[in-house]
Design a protein around this ligand. Structure first.
Ligand code: FAD
Length: 292
């Protein structure tokens, strides 16, 4: 059943400081709404529990992408269309730009924001695996000030995170240190566009002298929230990419992954495909290093 508009109040203070004052005055009472591509779907289905909504759409201080020499900062209010069109992001953090181009439809991408994707916290969120393998930091803001934490510490459970009731996500920051790394991102869904992933895997790896000197792997839909695959990384680190290393990595992934059966896929399929993607990434990384 469709939601009843009289059950909801929407305010639009118009500036970041005014929104933060409102959240501080009544912590936990106001629910931010940015692009609304999650919340309006809930509203249309009669599932929107938030009685009081505060509008973030149009707040300029949240919608920016700043590329500097050593890093890039993306405001929580940047849309996925902003991201996939940003030349600096496409050049320096191509996995992030590619993930942005996969989200929903073009129409969706013009409203859907990075902050909304992360706070919604779907295990299948498309922006998360790339942020994780690029060692992103997330910046949270309130009237008390701002704090930066590694993005890998943001999600604490299924649709749960470390945001305090008076805080917003302000920005994501990624270092520019992966140019020499083999970079990999693959989303497996029912079709190429307009499909939530069954499984997605991102990776960055640095091969030196025939061994894997650095590796980061992260997945969507293998756990209650998008996460690094630390145990699988450990099975590869410091080793040459041989059939034995690939077999060990596959076994580590099968032991580490904890997906569920749901309407989009089964846990068994997700595990098997994720192991295949890790293998594909390792073979590509080894081939790249072998090239003169
Ligand atoms: C047709 C369709 C297709 C989709 N396809 C995909 C897909 O392929 N991949 C994918 O990952 N997602 C997909 N989505 C989900 C959705 O578009 C994304 O999650 C989007 O990024 C949500 O952003 P938003 O700004 O619209 O969030 P909103 O709906 O405005 O908010 C979502 C949540 O985030 C909170 N929030 C928003 N901004 C902030 C902030 N700055 N600080 C604190 N809290 C905040 C809100 O309170 C709410 O809890 C799809 C949705 C639709 C309707």
């Amino acid at each position: 059943m469709r939601g009843n508009s009289e059950a909801h109040q929407l305010v639009a203070p118009g500036s970041l400081s005014a929104v933060l004052e409102l959240l501080a005055a009544e912590p936990g009472v106001w629910t931010p709404i940015a692009g609304g591509t999650e919340l309006m779907v809930a509203y249309s289905a009669g599932r929107l529990n938030a009685a009081k909504l505060v509008n973030l759409w149009g707040i300029r201080e949240l919608r920016f992408i700043d590329a500097a020499d050593g890093s890039i900062s993306i405001g929580a209010g940047a849309t996925f269309a902003d991201m996939r069109r940003h030349a600096g992001l496409c050049e320096g953090w191509p996995l992030m730009a590619r993930a942005a181009s996969w989200i929903g439809s073009v129409a969706n991408q013009t409203r859907a924001t990075l902050g909304g994707n992360l706070v919604n916290g779907s295990p299948a969120a498309d922006s998360s695996p790339a942020l994780l393998v690029y060692d992103a930091e997330i910046e949270l803001i309130s009237v008390r000030g701002s704090r930066r934490i590694p993005y890998c510490e943001f999600h604490t459970g299924y649709k749960r995170n470390v945001l305090a009731p008076d805080e917003l996500v302000y920005a994501l920051h990624m270092p520019r240190r992966f140019a020499q790394h083999k970079q990999y991102l693959r989303k497996v869904g029912t079709r190429r566009a307009m499909a939530i992933s069954k499984i997605a895997l991102a990776g960055t790896a640095l091969a030196q002298g025939g061994t894997v000197a650095e590796i980061r792997l992260a997945a969507a839909s293998l756990a209650p929230f998008p996460a690094r695959l630390y145990k699988t990384e450990q099975a590869i680190l410091g080793l040459p990419v041989t059939p034995e290393t690939i077999a060990a990595a596959r076994n580590a992934l099968l032991a580490e992954a904890a997906p569920i059966d749901d309407i989009r896929s089964t846990a068994g399929y997700r595990k098997r495909v994720a192991a295949n993607l890790v293998e594909e990434f390792l073979i590509e990384a080894a081939q790249e290093e072998a090239q003169p």
